[in-house]
Design a protein around this ligand. Structure first.
Ligand code: SF4
Ligand code: SF4
Length: 434
């Protein structure tokens, strides 16, 4: 057993964690819905290609979307039923993506992979690729690719920070499914050929710290409660002391960071021969009657989740997919669970601040709070005036979209949205060779 305190970093912010609404509620398995709407684009990279047709009968965990390249991921059915439509449906981002719609017929037939014959790194990575596993912390990057770096890495770091307010799914999994995470970690470490394994857990999760302290081969690093501790670059610094330089990736400093849910999916793919077909998320906020931590089938309509949680109460003024800091505001409740969902929040007037932005007063609070040491007020100003080249010079591409700048802005500027727009435009400029 090895436990130590992590390093602190300057900047960042302290936010109320608001986790108490369901932090001690065990994960409940929600019954499969009557219909699932499964997106072919639940990951970074090329969308999967549907390999079923309308009218086909499918079983649970049957491959329905084939990965279409190296940076892509397979997609599986989460229920038994009949394919009733294959259509473009808007996702939470507003962009339309192809969805396979399956009407559940309540059969219980499931498809499993064959047993793995050896546990060599390549066999493990191939199974992870086949099972459609992607970074389930939100990024959605194909895990098989992340576990295939070109150079030998030194550290595997488990991200147990869960620094976003309200969200509890990683916390619940850390105390309810500790052994599954441990098994997944061992396979990930074997795939990478790594011996040094660290789990970073924020100090406000003593039960999770205790749960992992029983393993001799995992070093537990207790992290200060600070936002955005769960960002890869900050987690790496606080657990290993290594700094990921601007424009570089964790593997450039010998580290690979893996999310809690991803590690459990790895365990299920390798030991239980199961493809990824469900996820765990937190439903919380003052606007939902019964906040819960849920295991739901991928493709479950948000309307069904709301009903399972007792419906809405009071006045919900904001619905967010994800946490309040990095999540995306939603315009309605038409949404379907994806692999990477971590939660849905229903926030009341008291819990949020829906105000029209006013002029920047140059107080520099946003710059003082930025964990990436950027000057968000300038980047925003360049973005709004369409000067994306200057936004790039001021480091827009280094923004991790953590929301710390906007959190304390007295003028309520939409800093993250503007910077995010600048990033998209800069990428477009580069693709067009400008
Ligand atoms: S915190 Fe808001 S008001 Fe202050 S400098 Fe930044 S953008 Fe301007
Ligand atoms: S500029 Fe980006 S990295 Fe800095 S605080 Fe704002 S969102 Fe976070």
């Amino acid at each position: 057993m090895s436990i130590r305190k992590g390093k602190n970093y300057l900047y960042g912010i302290h936010v109320e964690d608001m986790k108490e609404m369901c932090a001690e509620s065990p994960i409940v398995k929600m019954p499969a819905p009557r219909k699932v709407y499964i997106s072919m684009s639940q990951h970074i990279g090329a969308p999967a290609i549907p390999i079923v047709n309308v009218g086909d009968k499918v079983n649970k965990r049957q491959l329905i979307g084939q990965a279409s390249g190296m940076i892509s991921a397979n997609v599986f059915s989460s229920v038994c039923g009949t394919v009733t439509a294959i259509e473009d449906i808007p996702t939470e981002s507003g962009l339309k993506t192809k969805h396979v719609v399956i009407e559940n017929d309540d059969r219980t037939d499931e498809i499993f992979f064959d047993n793995i014959e050896n546990f060599e790194p390549q066999t493990i990575i191939e199974r992870i690729r086949l099972a459609g596993i992607v970074g389930l912390g939100g990024a959605g990057f194909p895990t098989a690719v992340k576990l295939s770096p070109k150079t030998q890495l030194e550290y595997l770091i488990i991200n147990g920070a869960e620094c976003e307010p309200y969200l509890n799914c990683d916390y619940r999994l850390m105390i309810e499914n500790t052994e599954d995470i441990y098994r997944g970690v061992k396979y990930a470490a074997r795939a990478l050929g790594i011996k040094k394994i660290i789990i970073g857990i924020e100090a406000n999760k003593p039960k999770a710290i205790e749960a992992f302290s029983k393993y001799d081969d995992i070093e537990v690093v207790i992290l200060k409660k600070q936002y955005p501790m769960g960002s890869e670059k900050h987690l790496i610094y606080c657990t290993t002391g290594r700094k990921v330089p601007v424009g570089k990736m964790p593997f450039d400093v010998g580290c690979c960071v893996q999310n809690i849910k991803t590690l459990i999916a790895i365990k299920h793919a390798i030991e239980d021969n199961k493809a990824l077909s469900s996820t765990v998320l937190t439903v919380s906020g003052g606007g939902i009657k019964e906040p819960k931590n849920l295991r739901v089938q991928i493709g479950t309509p948000l309307e069904d989740i709301i009903e399972f949680c007792g419906g809405l109460v009071g006045e919900t003024v904001k619905i967010i997919s994800g946490g309040p800091m990095m999540g995306k505001g939603m315009i309605n409740t038409t949404s379907y669970t994806r692999k990477t969902n971590s939660g849905y929040l229903f926030l009341t007037d008291k819990e949020t601040c829906v105000k029209e932005p006013t002029n920047c007063i140059n107080c520099a609070k946003c710059a003082k709070n930025c964990p990436m040491r950027l000057m968000p007020m300038y980047i925003e100003s360049f973005a709004l005036s369409g000067d994306f080249a200057s936004a790039e010079k001021y480091g827009a591409m280094n923004c991790i979209e953590c929301g710390s700048c906007a959190y304390n802005c007295p003028a309520k500027r939409s800093l993250v949205q503007s910077i995010s727009l600048a990033k998209t435009k800069i990428k477009e400029m580069k693709q067009n060779g400008r």
